[in-house]
Ligand binder design. Structure first.
Ligand SMILES: [Cu+2]
Length: 113
C-alpha cells in the first residue's frame, strides 16, 4: 500500500510538471485572405490541426492569429497547414493545387478572371 501511494505521488508530480510545460502560445502569420469566405476556410481548416485552440483572421491586416498548445503542435506545422489551404504563410508559398481550387473571389486580385 505504501508503494502504491509512492507511485501515485510520482505520477501526480509528473502530471503537474508536464502540464507546467504545456503553454498556450500565440502566433501571428502574414497571409493572403481576400474575403469572408477565406476567413471561414482558414478558421475551419486550421481548427482541424491538433492543438490549435483559436483562430482569428484579420482581413485588413492580412494576418492570421492562432492560439495553440505547444505540446500538440508547433508554428511550422500550423504554417504548413495554412499553405495547404491555399494561402501564404509568412515566407511560405501557398500550395499551388489548393490555391487553384479556391473560389475566384479568394484568389489574389491579379489572378481573378
Ligand atoms: Cu475568399
Amino acid at each position: 500500500m505504501k508503494k502504491f501511494f509512492g507511485i501515485m505521488t510520482v505520477l501526480a508530480f509528473l502530471g503537474i510538471s508536464i502540464s507546467a510545460f504545456a503553454a498556450d502560445k500565440e502566433l501571428v502569420i502574414k497571409s493572403t485572405p481576400q474575403c469572408e469566405m477565406c476567413v471561414k476556410t482558414i478558421k475551419k481548416g486550421l481548427k482541424k490541426v491538433d492543438g490549435v485552440e483559436k483562430v482569428d483572421v484579420n482581413l485588413e491586416k492580412s494576418e492570421v492569429k492562432v492560439v495553440f498548445d505547444d505540446e500538440d503542435t508547433n508554428e511550422n506545422d500550423i504554417k504548413i497547414a495554412l499553405t495547404k489551404l491555399g494561402y501564404k504563410a509568412d515566407d511560405m508559398n501557398a500550395d499551388a493545387k489548393a490555391y487553384e481550387k479556391l473560389s475566384n473571389c479568394c484568389k489574389l486580385p491579379e489572378d481573378r478572371k
